[in-house]
Design a protein around this ligand. Structure first.
Ligand code: BG6
Length: 470
């Protein structure tokens, strides 16, 4: 058995702009759909978050101490184009400085071009990703990033989790009034896949040496039982949630099951051949995927009630709302797995299965661009003893190594998150970082940084190129 991770393996860690930067309205930054959500619930407030914008040099020094080979961060669209149209050089300057600081410290940047935060004004004007007009604006952003950063950045991701945002419309500004949610889902998948293809083509033209790929959130689906109906439901979930969007992004083809699902609801989603050709012609260099948990699917009759997937707001086990898509599948819990306080099932072996399934279907190298445990951490005398997170990450890294031994090319691993940040669904009540940030929801406190026990653990993993797992 191959014992070591490949030489040049990208041991990384990840963040996203609106969750970590703060400085939401300084130096010309415009209002994003995330900023517009500020205080729409108890914790969502992008104004300060972890104040990375002002402390990025201190944070990069911590990355260096951790030994990171690579850092995944996203570009806040509204720093660069505050209104989606007008360039803001001050915003560009922030990323120039961040990239320079990373390279000075031997850390390779992996840039996410879009992570849920487009300009609010584009949402108001034409419904954001619901409209084809979004593609022009996104291409403008991408071109600027390629021209400005391309001499120093080799790795790009196009759109984060285009498959999950269609499940949770509120993540990207919501469904415009009067639009049917299923129509919206299909249209956003299409617009994002076209945008992905055009951005990849642009990258090929401007930066032939760069590597670029799309990103999905992948929760593999297990059948609730070995009853064929449940096995079918699990297949349906995989195809509906993951393979339909990935087939568009990587192969330029539409999954027939999804065509038939929509047509039964009176919606014809067949795309014109030239659009499929365009998607097919833009083959990515890799597939990035975010993995936290697996799912369970059981049969769901066509006459069942439609239930949107929810989330667990309180962080008390049992509060999660499972989805129900009549005629496709319904979610359920997994009695074989432990779960986090927010009901995210902990399934390291699922990561190996995910790698195998994705590589088998697409034959593209993989990047694991998010993986981590959200938990309540306690700072006691300057220390955070997050052994539960070490346990989670260790088991996942072991399974990733086994996937590599199985023959799956995995290029890099980016745990979520490098530093504590505002969790999208639970704020600072649920933390992911290797670095603790002293603040709470509603009280920014000192914002001082503390290395958690997991920081030292990951430092050793990186330094030994994964051999310390033995
Ligand atoms: C991913 C997102 O889907 O999940 C991140 O890309 C997010 O932005 C992460 O933070 C964890 O989810 P949550 O809701 O716990 O923040």
């Amino acid at each position: 058995m191959k014992k070591f991770f490949p030489k040049n393996f990208l041991w990384g860690a990840a963040t996203a702009a609106y969750q970590v930067e703060g400085a939401a309205s300084v130096e010309g930054k415009g209002v994003s759909v995330q900023d517009s959500k500020n205080f729409s619930n108890a914790f969502h407030d992008t104004t300060v978050t972890s104040d990375h914008y002002h402390r990025f040099r201190e944070d990069v020094a911590l990355m260096k101490a951790l030994g990171l080979k690579s850092y995944r961060f996203s570009i806040a669209w509204t720093r660069i184009y505050p209104d989606g149209r007008t360039l803001n050089t001050q915003g560009l300057n922030f990323y120039h400085q961040l990239i320079d600081e990373l390279l000075k410290n031997g850390i390779e940047p992996l840039v996410t071009l879009y992570h849920f935060d487009h300009p609010q004004i584009l949402q108001n004007q034409f419904g954001g990703w619901y409209s084809d007009r979004m593609i022009t604006h996104f291409l403008m952003l991408a071109e600027t990033c390629f021209r400005e950063f391309g001499s120093r950045v080799r790795w790009f991701m196009t759109i984060c989790e285009s498959n999950n945002v269609v499940l949770y419309p509120d993540l990207i500004g919501g469904v415009p009034e009067g639009v049917d949610i299923e129509v919206w889902r299909f249209q956003v998948s299409r617009v994002m896949a076209l945008a992905n293809a055009r951005v990849i083509q642009l990258c090929r033209k401007l930066l032939p040496e760069a590597k670029i790929g799309p990103c999905i959130g992948y929760a593999i689906a297990y059948p609730a039982t070995c009853a064929p109906q449940d096995v079918m439901a699990a297949l349906n979930e995989d195809e509906f949630r993951s393979f339909y969007p990935l087939d568009l992004l990587c192969l330029g083809r539409q999954n027939p099951l999804i065509i038939s699902y929509f047509s039964q609801r009176g919606i014809d989603i067949r795309l014109p051949q030239p659009e499929l050709n365009e998607m097919n012609a833009a083959r990515p260099d890799f597939i990035a995927f975010n993995y936290y948990q697996s799912d369970v699917a059981k049969a769901c009759p066509t006459e069942a009630e439609h239930v949107q997937p929810g989330f667990n707001a309180e962080g008390k086990q049992g509060g999660f709302i499972y989805p129900s898509f009549p005629g496709l599948y319904a979610g359920d819990n997994n009695p074989f797995l432990e779960r986090s306080d927010w009901d995210w099932e902990i399934d390291p072996v699922g990561l190996r299965i995910a790698c195998r399934k994705l590589f088998d279907r697409y034959q593209l190298p993989l990047m694991i661009t998010e993986n981590g445990l959200g938990a309540r951490d306690n700072l006691i005398n300057g220390q955070v003893n997050d052994t539960y997170r070490i346990d989670y990450l260790k088991k996942h890294v072991e399974q990733m190594r086994l996937a590599i031994c199985d023959g799956v090319p995995v290029l890099g691993y980016y745990p979520w998150s490098f530093i504590d940040l505002m969790s999208t669904s639970n704020g600072y009540n649920k933390r992911y970082g290797f670095v603790y940030v002293e603040r709470e929801d509603g009280d920014v406190k000192t914002l001082a940084r503390y290395k958690k026990a997991s920081f030292y653990w990951y430092q050793n993993v990186i330094a030994s190129n994964g051999t310390l797992l033995d």
